[in-house]
Each structure stands twice: as structure tokens, then as C-alpha cells.
Write a protein that binds this ligand. Structure first.
Ligand code: NOJ
Ligand code: CA
Length: 567
């Protein structure tokens, strides 16, 4: 009897402690009068931790370094930072090969450093989002080491092991997206394991309930430590056809790695992915957390699947189709923005990240890159939806790949050279000032600092009211203060215009017009104030000589005009 009472007391106290710590750390579930949650009004900012700020001067950025830059981020207008993987890792894929999901890699600091970062961020009302590498672990994770140790080990079925088709033949024709067969033979147990990415990143077997439990456990472990959500890595690849059907070959020829061009229909985007996303969401909802998805969708119908039925999967699947509009084309942006506005969930816009060429070069013409960087900022930071910035984008950092194969750090840049130069170019150290190594570190940085750091750095740009950085700050300030930009509807205007992208954000008694000149020549547009239910317009923010008067907006080449509209 005594034992039972003691046990019940222990359970009760335990539940209280858990409940307390969860609610103390959890961000508010509160919704505003529009029914919006915190993440719908927040500006997110991706930090590639190796490259942001190096506090101990070993050439690699770290968590303490990030903590020293929180005031910078707050001043910029950032509400949430997504830190790319900072967990223990052999760093084959620079952290996307996790060997312990519940710790911090010593090169980035300690769990205590994480706690300090989290509490300092919280003081500034900045949320922390971590990167959850759900598809695979490192081959050095203790789960995989045990899995590999024998055919009958406790963790054997935590990964995907199969016999070869015949001597020296992998189980099927699937190729790794990083080159070569997706199967690696383990000679000791004479079976192959499956890896969608590098061989050092074996795929977890999500059909095994023990894997699900372990990963859901990791998810809550971090929420209890103060994390406000996750960016989910490579969700498309969570499941594979259990019968291992060969993938069809799309066309003759080979990719940068010399592999056949496959339709990955039997190992990506399987419907079972959505069961897992619903499971992860259930856990997230207990903590008021947000799930962002790395979702390479082919169209908006596919994007809708990631929001889930009744929005029970990802709150923020990223719209990468937006980044596929690889030129300044009003028509193409208009089409994509309209499609996402018609989607079943809240839009999430991104223009750069650690895997793709930076927007500065993707849209820049080599001559007006700073103006174009401002134009792109004015575009995706004034749309209806949540933006995710990428570090350095706000100062106009330029993609700077290695010039020869020997210098490349990203393994795919070596195997795919010269067609695929890897992703080093978009991962170079943050440019803080014009001192040696751009103020990132006093040691030689892990990747060279681009020569543009002399002109494009935080210190210099903070002194120049016309810099890309100051423009970002102004747009972000507007975005936080103007209810039409936060909650207003989106409506394209001048839809036949091939030169200027213009739209309205309409909210109750006022609105905002955004006009973006995507050409190298001056342009004019009419807003159509009356027809759209507005009486007058005044300037909120404009670049150079761009201006608005009456119903008309005049734009300098690549000019931006943002105007307040009253009813
Ligand atoms: C997507 C990540 O963004 C990328 O950097 C990584 O290499 C792969 N997933 C594998 O985790
Ligand atoms: Ca360091």
C-alpha cells in the first residue's frame, strides 16, 4: 500500500515537473485577433553555424559566437533563428550526419552554451529553431554501429539492410542523390544498407516503430530545452518502396556524377511520409512549436499535401518553386505567388539557403546587384506569409565557390567537379567588417572569405543609409509595424505588365501597394486606387528616385516603391 502511494506521489510530482518545464519553455499557443500564431508574424533567419561567428578563434563558427550576435539580429528585425545542425557529427555533410541527436558538437560548444544561447535569445524575444535530420543518421551513430555489428543486433532493423541481387550487385538501381549507388555493401555481414545521401548517412527505417518512438522522443527532448520548432531535413526521402522496385530512367545521358537520370518514384515522396509528419506535428502541438519543411515540391498540389488534411502536418512547408523563378520575371513571380496564396496553408517564402546559389547572384545582373538585392528583399518580405532569410543575404553576400577542385570542402563538389562545384560558395564566413577574415575569426576560416567583404560587410553598410543592409532593416521594420503587411490580403495588380511586379495588401481601413521594377529602364504604373477601394497613397519606402503621386508610381531602373493606401 505504502509503495503504491509513494509511486503515485512520484508520478504526480514527475508529471508536475514535466508539465511545468514544458509550459515554462513552450512559446505561447496564443493566436491574435486574426487567428494568427507567433510564427505567422515572425521573420526567420537561417544561420549556418560553421560560418556565422567564431568565438574561440579556431576558424569555425560556434554557439557562443551566435550569442554575441543576437543584438545584431534583433536590430535587423529577426524573430526566430534556424540553426543548421550543430549536433555531434563527423561532419562528412557538415552536420547533416548526426551521431547524437541530443547533444552539441564540441566544435560548436556544449549543451550549457546552448542553454545560455536559448535564454539570451528568449530575453530578446527571439525563438530558436533547430534542424532535425530525420531521414538518416551518421554511420557513426551508436544506433548504426550496433545495427552494422551483426544481422541479429538489436538495432539491425533501425536501418535498411538487404541482400544484393547477385554477387557484387546492389539490391536495385537506386542511385544516391550525392552520386553512385544508394547501396553500400557491408562485407562483415554481407548485406547492403541504403543511403539516399552519402554512404556515411544511412537511412533510418521509419517503418520500424522503435525508430519512430526514438525520433519523437528527440523532438520533445529539445522542446523541453526551450526550442520553438524544427526545420525538418529531407522529408521527401523518409520512405522507400518495400519491394525495392527499380526506378525508371527518365532519359538517356548522365548527371554531374555520371549516374543515369532517374525518376526517383520508388524512393521519394511516398504517402507514408505524411503519417510521420502527422506524428511529429502531434508532438509539436503539445509545445506550441512550429514545423518547417524542406519540401521540394513540383507544384502547389504537392505543397498542399505537406500542410496536411485540416493543417495537421507542417505549418511551414517551404515554397522552393519560388526560388525556381530564376530570373526577374514579373509574370512568373505573379504566377507562383498567386498559386501559393491559393494553397491550403500559410505561405513560407525563401530566396536563399545553404544548398542553393545565393539570391544576390541568382538574380543579379553583375552591374546592379545591390539594387536587385533590395528589389528581392522588397518582394519576399512584403508578401503574405512568413519569410526565411539566409545569413549574409541582408548585406549582399555573393556566392563564391572554389576556383579549383583541391580547395573544395563539400564532398559533392569534388565528385561532381566541374559540373557540380558543391555548396561551399553559399556557405562562406559572414562578413562582419573589413578587418582580416571579415571579423569572423582571427584564425584562418574553414572556408575563404569572399573578396567582396571589403565593401559588403555589416560595419560598412551600417554607416551607409543606402546600403543593402539598411534597406533590409527598413523593410523589416515596416513589415513588423504595418498591419496590412502582416495580415492583409494579397492582390496582384497590372497583371499584364511584363516589367513591373505590383500588388496590394489590403487590410480593414487601409492597405499597402508594392511596385517592383524588374527591368533596367525607368517604368511607370497606375495603382488603380479608386477601382481597388482606396482614396489616396503616400510613400512608405522607395529606392533612389522612385516615387508615387496621385494614382501613379514612377520607378527608377530596378526601383522599389512601397506606399501606404488609405480608404
Ligand atoms: C538537405 C540539407 O539542406 C543538405 O545540406 C543536406 O546535405 C541534405 N539534406 C542531407 O541531409
Ligand atoms: Ca569556433
Amino acid at each position: 500500500m505504502k509503495k503504491v502511494v509513494l509511486l503515485m506521489c512520484a508520478l504526480f510530482i514527475g508529471t508536475c515537473i514535466l508539465g511545468l518545464s514544458a509550459s515554462a519553455q513552450a512559446p505561447a499557443h496564443a493566436v491574435d485577433k486574426e487567428g494568427h500564431q507567433w510564427w505567422q508574424h515572425a521573420v526567420f533567419y537561417e544561420i549556418y553555424p560553421r560560418s556565422f561567428a567564431d568565438s574561440n578563434n579556431d576558424g569555425i563558427g560556434d554557439l557562443k559566437g551566435i550569442a554575441t550576435k543576437l543584438d545584431y539580429l534583433k536590430d535587423l528585425g529577426v524573430d526566430a533563428i534556424w540553426i543548421s545542425p550543430c549536433f555531434p557529427s563527423p561532419q562528412v555533410d557538415f552536420g547533416y550526419d548526426v551521431s547524437d541527436y541530443e547533444n552539441i558538437d564540441p566544435m560548436y560548444g556544449t549543451l550549457a552554451d546552448f542553454d545560455v544561447l536559448a535564454s539570451e535569445a528568449k530575453k530578446r524575444n527571439i525563438h530558436i529553431i533547430l534542424d532535425f535530420v530525420v531521414n538518416h543518421s551518421s554511420d557513426q551513430h551508436k544506433w548504426f554501429l550496433d545495427s552494422k555489428s551483426s544481422r541479429t543486433s538489436a538495432h539491425r532493423d533501425w536501418y535498411i539492410w538487404r541482400d544484393g541481387k547477385g554477387p557484387g550487385q546492389p539490391p536495385n538501381n537506386w542511385t544516391s542523390t550525392f552520386g553512385g549507388s544508394a547501396w553500400k555493401l557491408d562485407p562483415a555481414t554481407n548485406q547492403y544498407y541504403y543511403h539516399y545521401f552519402y554512404a556515411e548517412q544511412p537511412d533510418l527505417n521509419w517503418r520500424n516503430p522503435a525508430v519512430k518512438d526514438a525520433m519523437f522522443g528527440v523532438e520533445s527532448w529539445w522542446y523541453k530545452r526551450g526550442v520553438s520548432g524544427f526545420r525538418l531535413d529531407a522529408v521527401d526521402t523518409l520512405f522507400e518502396d518495400p519491394n525495392l522496385k527499380d526506378n525508371p530512367i527518365l532519359r538517356p545521358g548522365t548527371n554531374a556524377f555520371g549516374d543515369p537520370i532517374e525518376d526517383k518514384k520508388y524512393n521519394t515522396k511516398l504517402p507514408e511520409v505524411h503519417d510521420v509528419l502527422r506524428g511529429l506535428r502531434k508532438v509539436a502541438d503539445q509545445y506550441g512549436a512550429v514545423l518547417i519543411g524542406e519540401t521540394w515540391t513540383a507544384d502547389v498540389a504537392e505543397l498542399n499535401q505537406y500542410y496536411g488534411q485540416g493543417n495537421n502536418e507542417l505549418q511551414m512547408p517551404m515554397d522552393f518553386l519560388f526560388t525556381m523563378v530564376n530570373k526577374l520575371s514579373p509574370a512568373e513571380f505573379r504566377k507562383q505567388i498567386a498559386a501559393v496564396n491559393g494553397a491550403s496553408g500559410w505561405p513560407t517564402f525563401v530566396i536563399s539557403n545553404h544548398d542553393i546559389v545565393r539570391s544576390y547572384d541568382r538574380y543579379g545582373d553583375g552591374e546592379h546587384n545591390d539594387q536587385i538585392a533590395k528589389l528581392m528583399a522588397a518582394l519576399y518580405l512584403t508578401l503574405r506569409g512568413t519569410p526565411i532569410m539566409y545569413y549574409g543575404e541582408e548585406i549582399g553576400m555573393k556566392t563564391t565557390p572554389a576556383t579549383n577542385k583541391e580547395e573544395v570542402k563539400d564532398p559533392i563538389g569534388r565528385t561532381g567537379w566541374p559540373q557540380e562545384k558543391g555548396r561551399d560558395g553559399e556557405r562562406t564566413p559572414m562578413q562582419w567588417d573589413d578587418s582580416a577574415n571579415a571579423g569572423f575569426s582571427t584564425a584562418t576560416p574553414w572556408l575563404p572569405v569572399p573578396p567582396t567583404y571589403k565593401t559588403h560587410n555589416v560595419a560598412e553598410e551600417s554607416k551607409d543609409p543606402n546600403s543593402v543592409l539598411e534597406f533590409y532593416k527598413k523593410v523589416l521594420k515596416l513589415r513588423h509595424e504595418n498591419t496590412a503587411l502582416l495580415d492583409g490580403s494579397y492582390k496582384a495588380i497590372n497583371e499584364a505588365d511584363d516589367n513591373v511586379l505590383s500588388y496590394l495588401r489590403d487590410y480593414r481601413d487601409h492597405g499597402v501597394v508594392v511596385a517592383l521594377n524588374m527591368t533596367n529602364a525607368p517604368q511607370k504604373i497606375s495603382v488603380g486606387l479608386k477601382g481597388n477601394g482606396f482614396a489616396s497613397m503616400k510613400s512608405l519606402l522607395a529606392t533612389g528616385s522612385s516615387s508615387g503621386s496621385g494614382d501613379e508610381v514612377s520607378l527608377e531602373p530596378y526601383g522599389v516603391f512601397i506606399g501606404e493606401l488609405s480608404k
